[in-house]
Write a protein that binds this ligand. Structure first.
Ligand code: AMP
Ligand code: MG
Length: 324
């Protein structure tokens, strides 16, 4: 099978080939339940460096390391009881834990971008699980898009964004969650959410008690997570949020109720007003509407509950990208 720079429908053979590619230090894009990741052997400096180059990602922004199970994760990061409880409750699943990095982890220093911590996740997607099991080690995998762009939720999005930079793209269909993982930092005195995502704050607080929201740093405060820069996840045309008045030639993104009056084009994230469905559709919708013939993208209000908080977080960042 010849596959350099190509997309392959996931099959037994394709997954074996992907594991072999990773062992050879090559880049493999693969689906997880959140978004597609651009994977490399997390112990191989050259391979990890290639991720930064392919994404044009600032080298101070660390990568999430994916691993098959909790036992594997415990060889990479220092788990305390809280970390273990979270892992037992939410793994495999869309939660990344930032923990002190173990000295003998064998991880490339680049994955932590100079920090003495590491973000770890056990993904639930069966294809990601299969790949991790066959590879047998940690896979560093940020979202498979160029830095600053909206994350990919299909194999075609990956190819559009990264061209032939991945040596192989495993096509496993659409991602079911459609938003990035929740990132929680367990290294400080109190647990802090660094990025809202599919596991909600309410779910985490059931185990942790009240947690700090460090997802949006104060203006005068240094970001706790290098990925917190406001400009992120942005389409190339302007985006407005909480909109009820559509402007001429704007593409409209509805939630629940369809808009009253005329709009050039309307897409509805969830006609029934379901935030989980809306999350799964968000990035594909933004990509579809990100076209120069529209004056911009106008998005209806989305409730700030559950995964709605993560949706609004991404939308605020996309809106902020055009403010200066
Ligand atoms: P992505 O790789 O695109 O899914 O983004 C990963 C997110 O996790 C970024 O916002 C990173 O800044 C954040 N992250 C990864 N590792 C760490 C770490 N060790 N400490 C704090 N944030 C991290
Ligand atoms: Mg990303």
């Amino acid at each position: 099978m010849q596959a350099l720079g190509t997309t392959l429908t996931a099959s037994d053979e394709a997954i074996s080939m992907a594991a072999e590619y990773l062992r050879d230090g090559r880049l493999v894009a693969f689906p997880t339940e959140t978004v597609y990741g651009l994977g490399a052997d997390a112990r191989n400096d050259d391979a990890v460096a290639r991720i930064f180059a392919a994404k044009d990602r600032p080298s101070f922004n660390p990568l999430i390391v994916h691993i098959a199970d909790l036992a594997g994760a415990e060889t990479l990061g220092a788990f305390n009881n809280l970390a273990r409880s979270l892992a037992e409750r939410f793994w495999p699943g869309p939660l990344s834990l930032v923990l002190p990095r173990l000295p003998g982890s064998g991880l490339s220093l680049l994955v932590s971008a100079g920090l003495d911590t590491v973000a770890l996740r056990v993904p639930a997607h069966p294809l990601a699980q299969d790949l991790l099991a066959r590879f047998g080690g940690p896979i560093a995998a940020p979202s498979a898009n160029r830095a600053g762009e909206v994350s990919p939720t299909t194999a075609a999005h990956v190819a559009d964004s990264l061209g032939d930079a991945p040596d192989l793209i495993l096509d496993g269909g659409e991602c079911t969650v459609g938003l990035e993982s929740t990132v929680i930092d367990l290294c400080g005195a109190r647990p802090a959410i660094l990025r809202h995502g599919a596991v909600t704050r309410e779910q985490l607080e059931k185990i942790l008690g009240p947690i700090e929201d460090a997802s949006v740093p104060d203006a005068d405060q240094k970001p706790r997570s290098p990925g917190q820069i406001a400009k992120h996840y942005a389409p190339s045309i302007p985006l407005r949020i909480d909109v009820s008045d559509i402007r001429p030639n704007e593409a409209f993104v509805a939630f629940g109720e369809p808009p009253k009056g005329d709009a050039t084009i309307v897409r509805n994230l969830s006609p029934s007003g379901d935030v989980v469905e809306a999350a799964a559709r968000l990035f594909a919708t933004l990509r579809e509407l990100d076209r120069p013939e529209y004056a911009g993208i106008a998005v209806a209000p989305v409730p700030e509950t559950g995964i709605g908080r993560a949706i609004n977080d991404r939308l605020r960042r996309a809106a902020a990208a055009h403010k200066d």
